[in-house]
Design a protein around this ligand. Structure first.
Ligand SMILES: [Zn+2]
Length: 329
C-alpha cells in the first residue's frame, strides 16, 4: 500500500484556465497554481502548458512527499483507458484523439489518469465533500451547462467510457428547446445559465415590468443568472417566473434520477446556483413534488462543498483512487 506521505497532482483543463493542485493522501491541498488555457493556440500548445504547470507543481513538493500519480479532468468525452481525449466541445479544435495521458507520462514520468470534469467534481464531493461516506448520491453542477455524477455502492459510477451520470441531459419535454448536445428538451436547455439569461431577456424584450431592466442598465448583454437570483430573492415577480420555470424543469430531471436511484443525498453545486437560494428552492420543490414512490422526505438536498476547486481536487483524488486500485492489482 502507498505510504501516508503519498501525494497526487490534479490538473483541471477548463475553457479559460488550467488549474493545478498538489494534494496529500487525505485530499488536503498543499499547493495550487493556474495558467491561461488559450485554447485557440491549438491542443499541442495547451498540452505543453499542462505539462509545464504539472512539472512546476511537482517541483514544489517537499523532499519527503512522494508523488504517485497525476489526474487530469477535462470537459468532455474521453478514452479513460488509453488516456486520450475524444471530444471536448468547450475548447477550440475539438481535441480528437489527443494522447494527453501518454504525452504527460512521457514528459513527467508519472502515471496519468483522465476523468471527465464533472465526474471529478463527483469524486471530490464523495471523498471529502457533501457526499462523504454516503452509499448512494446524485451530484449536479449547474453552470454554463449541467453536469452530473452518480454515486452508487459508495463509488462514482463511471459507466461506459466514463459517460455515466450525464444528469443534465435527461429529457424533461420531448418538444422542448434544443440542447447543445443535439437533443431536444434536456433539463440543461431549461435550467443552465444560458437558458436563464435567455428567458429573462425574452421577457424584458416582451415588455414585462421588472427590476432586472434597471439592474442591467437596459443592456441585455449584462444579464447574468446571479442578477436573476438576486431580483427573485427581492421578490421581483418576473425574475421569480424565470427561475420557477427553470427550477420546475430541473426538478423533474432530479425527480427522475431520484426514482432511479433512491439516493441518500442530492448534492447541488455549480456557479449558477446559490446554496438554499430562490432558484435552489424551486428545484428542490419541483423534485420533491414529482417523486411519489421514493421516500422523498428522507432524502437531503445539500450544497456542494468544494465549489471552484472541485474539478482539480477531484482530478487529484481520482489519480489516488486509480493508483491505489492499480497497486492492489
Ligand atoms: Zn442535452
Amino acid at each position: 500500500m502507498p505510504s501516508s506521505n503519498s501525494c497526487y497532482v490534479g490538473v483541471d483543463l477548463g475553457g479559460t484556465t488550467i488549474k493545478f493542485a498538489l494534494i496529500d493522501n487525505d485530499g488536503e491541498v498543499l499547493q495550487r497554481s493556474r495558467s491561461q488555457t488559450d485554447g485557440e493556440d491549438g491542443h499541442d500548445a495547451v498540452l505543453e502548458r499542462m505539462i509545464a504547470g504539472a512539472r512546476e507543481i511537482v517541483g514544489l513538493a517537499e523532499p519527503d512527499q512522494v508523488i504517485r500519480a497525476i489526474g487530469v479532468a477535462a470537459p468532455g468525452v474521453l478514452d479513460m483507458d488509453g488516456g486520450y481525449t475524444i471530444f471536448l466541445p468547450n475548447l477550440p479544435g475539438d481535441w480528437p484523439m489527443v494522447p494527453v495521458g501518454p504525452r504527460m507520462t512521457e514528459a513527467l514520468g508519472l502515471p496519468v489518469y483522465l476523468i471527465n470534469d464533472v465526474r471529478a467534481f463527483t469524486v471530490a464531493e464523495l471523498e471529502i465533500g457533501a457526499a462523504k461516506g454516503v452509499q448512494t448520491a446524485l451530484c449536479y453542477a449547474i453552470g454554463t451547462g449541467i453536469g452530473g455524477g452518480i454515486v452508487a455502492h459508495g463509488r462514482v459510477n463511471m459507466g461506459l467510457g466514463g459517460a455515466g451520470g450525464e444528469l443534465g441531459h435527461m429529457v424533461v419535454n420531448t418538444n422542448g428547446p434544443h440542447c447543445g448536445c443535439g437533443n431536444r428538451g434536456c433539463a440543461e436547455a431549461y435550467a443552465a445559465g444560458p437558458a436563464i439569461i435567455g428567458e429573462a431577456n425574452r421577457l424584458i424584450v416582451m415588455g414585462e415590468t421588472t427590476t432586472l431592466r434597471e439592474m442591467i442598465g437596459d443592456d441585455l448583454n449584462k444579464m447574468t443568472p446571479e442578477l436573476v437570483e438576486r431580483a427573485a430573492a427581492d421578490g421581483d415577480p418576473i425574475a421569480r417566473q424565470v427561475l420557477d420555470y427553470a427550477g420546475f424543469h430541473m426538478g423533474i430531471a432530479v425527480a427522475n434520477a431520484i426514482s432511479a436511484l433512491a439516493p441518500n443525498v442530492v448534492v447541488l453545486g455549480g456557479g449558477v446556483l446559490k446554496p438554499y437560494g430562490y432558484y435552489w428552492s424551486q428545484i428542490e420543490r419541483s423534485a420533491r413534488e414529482h417523486c411519489h414512490v421514493t421516500e422523498i422526505d428522507k432524502i437531503e438536498f445539500l450544497p456542494a462543498k468544494l465549489s471552484f476547486e472541485a474539478g482539480v481536487v477531484g482530478a487529484a483524488l481520482w489519480a489516488k483512487t486509480a493508483y491505489e486500485a492499480r497497486e492492489e492489482g
